[in-house]
Write a protein that binds this ligand. Structure first.
Ligand code: NI
Length: 242
């Protein structure tokens, strides 16, 4: 998970006054010793209120901080029509051919942005996508499963070819110039960022948002699936359209 949700942690960590908090806790020993019934009730009430506040804060702010794009938020904001997700791209597939979004008109596209060095988030998402297509069966032929790398520096067509074959025989890996990848990601409102470059070993990872997008035969956005969608859920949703 390290690569997909760290957007929220660095700014928070920097702004936390750690030492100040510790001092305040020491100065307030009453919270630690709820001997009297009254004080205990107050303490319990305080904890309950605090929990509610934290839960509420996470509910309202959590998704905004951790996820650059939220389908729910997009739906709430858009009052007319569907979120503007998708759009044109020109990339190179894992066989070295130039591919554009227009090549997929007439079929659905299941699109996931990630990178092959991703430790677990991308493999999980691609496994869910592949399993869902298998569950749907023959109708899944109407769907083009597509993996677009956000790490074109390392994900060459050759590298992508070996990678996508692990997941599904029809999964198409797409890469391109940094500019081409950036343009594709922009259309899908995908966030990505290089992390850790500059270490001695030159190693780095990519932060990136993690949604699987269903695009219709007309090229219009249909749905987005988040982390918690399992293969059965995705298959059910796909079957509604196919
Ligand atoms: Ni990933």
């Amino acid at each position: 998970m390290t690569d997909d949700k760290p957007a929220k942690s660095p700014p928070k960590a920097r702004s936390k006054p750690q030492a100040g908090n510790k001092k305040e806790k020491k100065r307030n020993p009453s919270a630690k010793a709820p001997h009297l019934p009254n004080r205990r009730n107050t303490y319990i009430a305080f904890i309950l209120i605090l929990s509610a506040v934290i839960a509420g804060w996470k509910f309202y702010l959590g998704p905004k901080l951790s996820e650059p794009f939220s389908p729910q938020a997009a739906f709430n904001v858009e009052t007319v029509g569907k979120p503007k997700i998708g759009g044109p791209f020109t990339l190179t597939d894992h066989n070295g051919r130039t591919v554009s979004d227009g090549d997929f008109r007439g079929r659905y596209m299941l699109v996931y942005f990630g990178y092959t060095f991703c430790p677990d988030v991308c493999p999980t998402a691609l496994t869910v996508m592949s399993d869902a297509l298998d569950l749907v069966g023959d109708k899944a032929d109407k769907v083009a499963p597509i993996f677009i790398t956000v790490d074109p520096e390392r994900d060459t067509p050759e590298y992508l070819k070996a990678y996508v074959e692990h997941f599904h025989p029809r999964l198409l890996g797409l890469t391109g110039s940094p500019e081409q990848v950036a343009a594709a990601a922009k259309g899908y409102k995908v966030y990505y960022s290089k992390v850790g470059d500059g270490y001695d070993d030159g190693d780095y990872s990519m932060d990136h948002s993690s949604y699987t997008y269903l695009i219709g035969p007309d090229g219009e956005y249909v749905a987005a699936f988040g982390h918690k969608t399992d293969a059965e859920d995705m298959a059910k949703k796909l079957e509604k359209f196919l």
